[in-house]
Design a protein around this ligand. Sequence first.
Ligand SMILES: CC(C)(COP(=O)(O)OP(=O)(O)OC[C@H]1O[C@@H](n2cnc3c(N)ncnc32)[C@H](O)[C@@H]1OP(=O)(O)O)[C@@H](O)C(=O)NCCC(=O)NCCS
Length: 376
Amino acid sequence: MTEIARGLEGVNVTTTKLCRIDGQKGELVYAGYNIYDLAENSTFEEVAFLLWNQRLPNAAELAELTGKLHAERELDDLVDRVLHEIWNDVRPMRTLEVAVELLGAQDRKSSDLSNAQLKQTAARLTAKMATVIAAYHRLRSGHEPVAPRDDLTHAANFLYMLTGEEPTDLAKRVFDVALILHAEHEMNASTFSAMVTASTLSDMYSATASAIGTLKGPLHGGANEAVYKTLEAIKTEDNVKPYVDDLVARGERVMGIGHRIYKTTDPRAVILEQLGHEVAKTSPDRWYFDLSLKLRDYLAEKLEGKPLYPNVDFFSASVYRMLGIPSDLYTPIFALARITGWTAHLLEQYADNRLVRPNAVYEGAENKKYVPVDRR
Ligand SMILES: CC(C)(COP(=O)(O)OP(=O)(O)OC[C@H]1O[C@@H](n2cnc3c(N)ncnc32)[C@H](O)[C@@H]1OP(=O)(O)O)[C@@H](O)C(=O)NCCC(=O)NCCS
């Protein structure tokens, strides 16, 4: 019988210089740098450069990239007009998807697939997606969008554009690290979907829109918002046990737990937990984090023997909540970070393209004879 690789599990579809994951050891490496090292010492801008060039920038290169990102922060007129029109009817991830396609529609060089132009597009998307989400949030909150500030980092500027207030140093750093942690993750579902689109030589904007649509699902990027909803549903520490027992008895999944690759704790969850402890010290919303810890501990007991551990989404929900970010922006924020990884993979794909076109094994009927509709 023909073997079917359901979910393409275990199938190698390409080579990459961007990311290595060891799911047994809980190791995540971006272009040779361990994620713990990057989270401790680097910045999102540096990591973006690293992914697009497979090396860290020198000071001049970092300044050049930062300048490029600043230059691309303003909203395009068309996107601005559409946002004003749709904010009340369209949810954030779909808004992002639409906005990315509109940005493509306005870019006369969108079909230029040279490496230099693609890198320019990658920086454009990275800068503009942050502004789009912040502007969308402002509009639905009854305010006009906040203009970006060039003296703030990408992470700090996003938080600033959401609220109009400069974030604390702790919030700036924590959010910057969160973006670093979400920037890249090898051949995950959204990256693969970007790759499939690019393999037809469609442009980087459409490939990104495909990735956003894929990230939206609760088995992928949508899990962080689902974790938040779980915490809201549990409400109190006493309710952790009955809630989980009931969920497991019904054969349902606990969001933020488990991973196709990691069979131990996801290192990103370890780092987010550490950050959570820091933010919780001064946060009025620390109960979300405390509840997450209780939930994590009880799940470890309940699911003992199964290789199910917290993934990146598990603690990002309570950390974002403690930073004051609305829960339906958690998945868009994942996209704001992952745009760097998506576009880095797209650079690799366009440089060495092969149309992605797998097979399906036919199991349907044969030899049927067409019968006109009035005789069926
Ligand atoms: C991420 C995910 C889709 C990966 O799953 P996968 O590689 O396809 O693993 P499987 O679906 O084959 O699950 C293996 C076993 O673990 C169980 N399992 C997996 N995730 C689980 C979860 N979150 N809660 C409870 N049980 C879970 C499955 O029911 C299955 O049990 P069984 O062997 O007794 O049937 C899955 O872990 C999941 O749905 N997690 C919740 C969503 C989430 O957090 N996604 C974000 C990922 S970063």
